[in-house]
Design a protein around this ligand. Structure first.
Ligand SMILES: NC(=O)c1ccc[n+]([C@@H]2O[C@H](COP(=O)([O-])OP(=O)(O)OC[C@H]3O[C@@H](n4cnc5c(N)ncnc54)[C@H](OP(=O)(O)O)[C@@H]3O)[C@@H](O)[C@H]2O)c1
Length: 247
């Protein structure tokens, strides 16, 4: 237990739960821990699943979501043992990742920041008052390797890269602040690997088949990594196999 303080979560919150990886994560944790309390947030009114869960419909990019989610969580009991935050955006119907500086538009960068950073900040603000010194707590934000500044050798994808880099800094800060507050606290950013979801859909053409993973495969690997975590990995950007990526 001392080496793996997060191995048996009593309750798990999956945020952005309508997404491809989030949905698979919900199935994965429900199968591994049938007795765990499962909590979800999404913009959707309800989720297409038979898995028993308590749901909060919320737009996490809005500031008033902090109070709404906090009230929801307080009604469920103590802080969740795990929070896995899946919100993220790479493209929409009229915007895609920029190949060059000339393609950058203010509104898309700001929107990317709202979804890729603010949704995570607001959920953290909702959860923070519920944390207890002696209750182990694990937070994982799904981020992306392309948000690593050191790893960036290709360029492009300005808004996604910049917003994920900002998310990574948020995660690092949270790991420091919450690490002082909670004895067994682990806060990480996780790169799930290229996964076959709506987010990656338009960009799968040049990806080798063995490098494109199903949501179930990615979810299983993410849960494997989270189960093994301890304080020494807190404040890190992790690859899907648990290895540490440079910030
Ligand atoms: N798929 C990949 O290859 C890949 C690779 C690297 C990193 N990632 C990261 O993994 C995470 C999950 O991605 P995914 O592949 O599962 O993508 P997805 O199926 O498109 O799901 C995206 C998630 O983001 C939320 N979201 C999308 N647009 C939003 C908006 N306008 N406002 C608020 N929330 C919004 C949705 O939450 P609601 O339930 O609230 O709608 C949904 O959970 C993302 O953070 C992504 O950056 C994915």
């Amino acid at each position: 237990m001392a080496d793996r303080p997060h191995a048996e979560p009593e309750s798990i919150l999956v945020a952005g739960a309508s997404g491809g990886i989030a949905h698979a994560l919900l199935e994965e944790v429900a199968a591994r821990w049938p007795g765990a309390q499962l909590l979800t947030t999404s913009r959707e009114q309800e989720l297409e699943t038979d898995i028993a869960h308590r749901h909060c419909t919320v737009e996490l990019s809005e500031a008033d979501s902090v109070e709404a989610v906090r009230t929801f969580l307080q009604r469920q009991g103590p802080a969740p043992s795990w929070v896995v935050h899946c919100c993220g955006i790479l493209h929409d119907d009229s915007h895609g990742p920029e190949k060059s500086l000339a393609q950058c538009q203010d509104d898309w960068l700001l929107h990317s920041m709202r979804i890729n950073v603010l949704t995570h900040l607001h959920l953290a603000q909702a959860v923070a008052p519920l944390l207890k010194k002696h209750r182990p707590f694990l937070w994982a934000s799904l981020s992306a390797k392309v948000g690593s500044i050191e790893d960036n050798g290709l360029g492009g994808w300005y808004s996604y890269r910049m917003s994920k880099a900002a998310l990574n800094m948020l995660v690092r800060n949270l790991s420091i602040e919450w690490g002082r507050k909670v004895n067994e606290c682990c806060v990480v950013a996780v790169h799930p690997g290229t996964t076959d979801t709506a987010l990656s859909g338009p960009f799968q053409e040049n990806i080798r088949e063995d490098k494109l993973f199903s949501p179930a495969t990615s979810a299983g690997r993410i849960v494997d990594v989270l189960q093994q975590l301890s304080r020494d990995k807190s404040g890190r950007l992790l690859f899907w196999d648990g290895g540490v990526l440079p910030w």
